[in-house]
Design a protein around this ligand. Sequence first.
Ligand SMILES: [Zn+2]
Ligand SMILES: [Zn+2]
Length: 418
Amino acid sequence: MLTPELIPKKEPMIRVGLILPEDNIKSIQFSFSDFQCFEIVPEDRHLPSFKNTASLNVNIVEGKLVIPEIDFCDASLKIIPSTSTEYPFITVDGIPAGRGFHWEKKISASYWGILELTIFDGQMMAVNELPLEQYLKCVSTSEMSAKCPPEFLKAQTIVARSWLLANIEQKHRNLGVDICNDDCCQRYQGMAHCTDASIKSADVTSGQVIMFDEKICDARYSKSCGGITENFDNVWEGKSIPYLVSVVDNDAKGTAFCSPEIVLEGSLKNYIGNVDEKGQYFRWEFEATQGELIQSLKNKQNVTATEIVQLIPEIIGYSGRIIVLRIEYKDFQNNLQSIEIHSEYEIRDIISPSFLFSSAFTIQKNEKGNFILHGKGWGHGVGLCQIGALGMAISGKSSEEILDHYYSVSKLQRIYSS
Ligand SMILES: [Zn+2]
Ligand SMILES: [Zn+2]
């Protein structure tokens, strides 16, 4: 695992959680690019390569991992590629993607490196251990498509490397992994997303990170700032971070890099991959109905309301993101009450059953008593704006200019070469 605060002098190995205990998975299936290139290693013995080209099934039986096809039964196993030159891979079915979101699904994905299976609190855990640069070859194009311009992919790769090595969030450290495979950390859907373009962007930027004050930058990013990026401390608790302060995401003529004038909304599908039908994120509209809001208050805040009277932004950040939202409602006795929601994440969660694009919105109540939200951007808006960075690359800017624009006081530095 990565060591917090340590700047690696050579390419580190990283551990990515593919299946977490919270996924409640009791069995999976996997197969190999070439079974002769792998060995299965239980804790205290070493099985020879097995003769089976078909899928293997792993189940939890009486607290142990059981693979009937090869008579395997133990508390954990590691599947290790025995040759490193050919890049053999393992395909695993049933990997969760989009945990906790309405688009959550199971995918089949292929991975380089080691696959480790263990049992954690009675649940199955799968971990992919691999060299950082191999991981990065899959990440820039899991996050965004390989059709993005090379300067964008280079910037995205440097940002992904910096965020991971800064190692600040450590959301899953108790599970013995550096990160998970999902949007919660960084989207990583295996080597199917690895293309010539993403390999090149990792190779030419190998070991490069952005630094500030002799530390690797905690390089946050989100899909679209909506025109202005947000201050770190308006989204996460803690003190302000000099390289994560609000910037106006405009070109010299005053046009937002993330606006449809620069990145045509019709072309977003090519760049982002999974977009919704409208593909509108710079400006959008959403109707929050009385019924849904009342239900959401009940489910998420345990508040029983009979009517939502008003949504009132109490604190608004530089990007227009609402930081504190007051919801006025009537209770069963018809008394006016209110509740404050204290983060952009919770605001997005409470307003829309499918998670609102962002908390940057203005509010209009219509004749039905529903609230029409006129919104901007997608995501928390802190640090690099991915659609804006794409717009900069389309406009001919270099990856250095992109990083300098979003993380203005940081410096680009190569900390190792692989
Ligand atoms: Zn995570
Ligand atoms: Zn932007």
